[in-house]
Design a binder for this molecule. Structure first.
Ligand code: LLP
Length: 383
């Protein structure tokens, strides 16, 4: 990913910065849309993964819709040109202001996460004389077998309407003149690499789909969410996720009626591998038990390792493959002991000013940046 031209460019940039390889992004988008089109599946991009303007404009040009989880994401999606008829809006805590904004835009659907929210959307749509399109987000109680902090489809999670509430939900829908039920929605978690998990989801969706049909609800859309994971260990050799294999599971196991639309909400799989966080070594500090590589990037630029103990490959791109290596704890400058990108990382013997790449940072990197310690927001570089 880092040829000599890129390295020369990096030398002149102020670090840290996010680097996006737009070719990798395009190849990923092409692979996804080609595979989805084969099955006539619709993909909405989960904006929360990365809303860098250059990145989302490429995604919009690829023809994807937008999956949003805040009023600002909905507004941003519309502002950058996503057609409102391709915008969906999920989230457990939609405020009245956010619901009203989305109603004004006539978005494709509200993915509703509680009976209370259903009532509020019905009232607010009524005031505007509109009919809001809604999909019911159901908590399917399917284990995503991923990190417990990014699991969303278990009964202990706050997301979605529980299955034991569905009778009340059906009654509420019948009594809500300002709502149009268009479908059901699921999202069970993120960074899911075991495709069997999606098979289990399909089985559950089929069961719940039938439940609604038996009660006279005609579902135009089955939205199975996102969550497809990427290979954090091999960003160079396993760069493009196997979208074909992923969609095939749904083609095989999801029962679908003719004319019924199948929707996906992919975030990470589309953007993760195209991004890296590029940083410089400030100091090499040799301790008695440890050697520390102190970088000018920290948890303020990429929080995943600290928040979920997530692995990101770390490379010294100034040194390349040199024989002599050392083990370092690679840390940032933030005043927190957890500000560590990796422990005992084997790297070439490193020096002050070496460039360090923290890979697979295109998803949930820049968007989760913070200003803690009064850090400045860092810029992005593209090729
Ligand atoms: N749809 C809904 C309703 C979601 O909540 C999410 C992600 C997605 C789609 C997209 O999921 P993806 O395809 O990206 O897995 N910050 C965490 C990930 C949080 C995911 C939140 N929801 C991380 O860095 O691992």
């Amino acid at each position: 990913m880092f040829n000599q031209d890129i390295l020369n460019r990096f030398q002149n940039e102020e670090t840290p910065f996010y680097y996006y390889d737009l070719n990798v992004l395009q190849q990923t988008l092409d692979a996804c849309t080609n595979a989805a089109n084969r099955y006539n599946f619709h993909v909405h991009y989960a904006m929360k993964a990365n809303f860098n303007p250059t990145v989302i404009s490429k995604i919009r040009q690829a023809g994807l819709g937008a999956d949003c989880v805040s009023g600002n994401e909905v507004l941003k999606a519309a502002e950058v040109g996503f057609d409102p008829s391709k915008i969906v809006f999920a989230g457990v805590g939609k405020s009245d202001k956010e619901i009203n904004q989305a109603l004004d835009l006539d978005i494709f659907s509200f993915n509703v996460e509680s009976l209370q929210e259903l009532g509020v959307i019905n009232s607010l749509a009524g005031v505007k004389g509109k009919k809001a399109k809604v999909a019911i987000r159901i908590n399917p109680n399917v284990d995503a077998h991923t990190h417990h902090n990014i699991t969303t489809g278990l009964e202990e999670n706050k997301f979605g309407i529980n299955q034991w509430e569905l009778n009340d939900c059906a009654d509420a829908l019948r009594q809500s003149p300002n709502l149009e039920l268009i479908g059901i929605h699921f999202h069970i978690g993120s960074q899911i690499t075991d495709l069997n998990v999606f098979k289990s989801l399909c089985v559950k969706v089929n069961e719940l789909h039938q439940w609604f049909e038996e009660r006279g609800f005609n579902l135009k859309v089955l939205n199975v969410g996102g969550g497809f994971g990427v290979d954090y260990h091999h960003p160079d050799t396993n760069t493009i996720p196997d979208f074909e294999g992923y969609f095939k599971v749904f083609d095989q196991f999801l029962e679908r009626k003719p004319a019924q639309e199948i929707h996906f909400e992919l975030g990470r799989a589309l953007v993760a591998q195209s991004g890296s966080l590029i940083s410089r070594v400030l100091y090499v500090k040799n301790g008695i038990k440890k050697n520390f590589l102190i970088l000018d990037a920290g948890m303020t630029e990429l929080m995943r390792p600290m928040l979920y103990q997530a692995y990101h490959k770390i490379e010294n791109i100034s040194k390349g493959d040199v024989a002599e290596s050392n083990k370092y704890d690679v840390v940032g400058p933030i005043c927190e002991s957890t500000d560590c990108f990796g422990k005992e990382v084997e790297l070439p013997a490193s020096e002050r000013n070496d460039l360090i790449a923290i890979r697979t940072a295109g998803a949930y990197g820049e968007v989760m940046a913070s200003g803690y310690n009064l850090r400045e927001k860092v810029k992005s570089v593209y090729s």
